[in-house]
Design a binder for this molecule. Structure first.
Ligand code: AMP
Ligand code: MG
Length: 455
């Protein structure tokens, strides 16, 4: 492999956004200098899962293109700039409760306070009259606090007789149950930070500021293809020794869940010329190429030759199960352009998905400009003993369910063979047995990645 990185001459092809903040850890001004020391340029090596993840993260910098989308289209998109609140939220002091509003200074020091109700105030209907001494107003939640009134006694804490309201000593303090203008968010403050992947509540928050569209990163374009002479397209007859291409569909689903734009490049035969043609097509239109099968591509010298000509792809033997082999690296584009990153996953259907989650998921989010979001790890009790040898990371398909003691328990699903997609489909989680970890006794606690939120 050449010593200077093919991507070393890379300058940003797309201008970074002029405004907005990018997570500082994600700004890498000299990524390729780091690459010189990284496993990316060291050729074949045995790496732990963590080393491989760190090497990938260190190599990548986010794409820069942005667009503006209407709020109903913004779910799951990566915010490109901070959203600054143009208004105070709430916009007025208002009542947090249904009750009676009055001046806190009316509260008696040594006995009940008696007030006369002089009107009713609904949310959205401001009160303009004065409220005099020893008077109060019936007020609904969210109604604007009339000038001078600062306290609300909830309905259930007062005695009402006609228009007379009595508040017993000690049930309330001056200032209670009033929401202050700007208390949730003051005008000029950031409501949401750039890099956020927008959730339903975020859309509501943006709407509450009166903002109807947001700047987001353009979607990451991922070219996807499967390799293997034995693979058949859906709809084709299944001749002896062939299998349907399932990986393209699992990976398409995984990419769609991440909000990526999928460029489906179909099936590629185990043939260097066909591989090169498809890779060139991918490099021309995608930010990332995701392949499965034949990485093991590296098993054949001619495949390595193709990749060596096209970029700086490293073939890693990652200490994990399932998952080997795996290849990653930049494919070169025209001078000055960001590279197109190749993630070449193993062909075994389970291994393809596991390596996707282990290596590609966070990397793609990083490229898409999303702030880091480590996967939540749950701890669950194992219903059976698990055999494991230290020195590699193992991922096992499993079902997490509530345990009798109120915690969570986890049991493995059927066959753990790397080709058995059915057990992946039945599973709702992956048990992750760490690099240094040994066997686990029945009832032992193990780390679990839940598919909800992951897939
Ligand atoms: P490979 O990594 O190319 O050596 O493939 C390993 C195993 O996974 C072989 O049994 C392949 O037939 C199978 N395989 C590879 N790609 C796919 C795919 N796209 N869909 C289903 N099975 C595949
Ligand atoms: Mg193959």
């Amino acid at each position: 492999m050449q010593n200077h990185s093919a991507a070393a001459a890379v300058g940003p092809r797309e201008r970074p956004p002029q405004t907005g903040t990018v997570h500082p850890q994600r700004v890498r001004e000299t990524p390729m200098t780091e690459l010189a020391e990284s496993p990316l340029t060291t050729g074949d090596r045995n790496l732990s899962v963590d080393e491989a993840r760190a090497a990938i993260a260190a190599a990548l910098q986010p794409i820069a293109g942005t667009e503006t989308v209407a709020l109903p289209k913004a779910l799951g998109r990566v915010l490109a700039e901070n959203v600054i609140s143009p208004i105070d939220v709430p916009a007025h002091d208002n009542s947090a409760m249904d009750g009676y509003a009055f001046r806190g200074s009316e509260l008696q020091a040594a006995g009940p306070t008696t007030l006369k109700s002089v009107g009713t105030l609904f949310a959205g209907a401001p009160w303009s009259d004065n409220v005099g001494a020893e008077q109060c107003l019936r007020i609904m939640t969210g109604a604007v606090m009339p000038r001078g009134l600062d306290t609300v006694v909830p309905l259930e804490l007062c005695h009402v007789d006609g228009d007379t309201v009595r508040v017993e000593l000690g049930v309330i303090r001056a200032g209670d149950n009033r929401r202050r203008r700007g208390e949730d968010l003051a005008a000029g403050r950031p409501a949401l930070q750039a890099g956020r992947v927008l959730k339903p509540a975020d859309l509501g928050l943006v709407a509450s500021l009166g903002i109807g569209e947001v700047p987001v990163r353009r979607r990451l374009r991922v070219g996807l293809f499967s390799t293997g002479d034995e693979l058949r397209m859906l709809g084709q007859p299944l001749d002896a020794g062939s299998v349907y291409d399932s990986n393209r569909y699992s990976l398409m689903g995984a990419l769609q869940r991440l909000g990526m734009e999928v460029i489906d490049l179909g099936l590629v035969r185990d043939d260097p010329a066909a591989l090169q043609t498809t890779l060139e097509a991918a490099v021309a239109q995608a930010d990332v190429v995701l392949t499965s099968g034949g990485v093991s591509m590296g098993d054949a010298d001619h495949t390595r030759d193709v990749l060596a000509r096209m970029g700086e792809v490293a073939f890693w033997k990652v200490a994990m199960r399932p998952g080997r082999p795996f290849a990653f690296g930049p494919l070169t584009r025209e001078a000055g352009a960001l590279p197109c990153w190749l993630f070449a996953l193993p062909g075994n259907p389970v291994a393809a998905l596991v390596t996707f989650y282990a290596f590609a998921r966070e990397a793609l989010l990083q490229l898409a400009g999303a702030a880091p979001r480590p996967l939540p790890v749950l701890q669950a009790r194992c219903t059976t003993a698990l055999r494991k040898r230290p020195g590699r990371t193992e991922f096992q398909r499993a079902i997490v369910e509530p345990a009798a003691d109120g915690g969570w328990q986890v049991r493995l699903t059927g066959s753990q063979g790397a080709g058995v997609l059915r057990s992946m489909s039945e599973a709702n989680a992956l048990v992750v047995l760490g690099h240094a970890q040994g066997s686990v006794a029945e009832g032992g606690l193990v780390d679990v990645w839940l598919f909800d939120g992951l897939v």
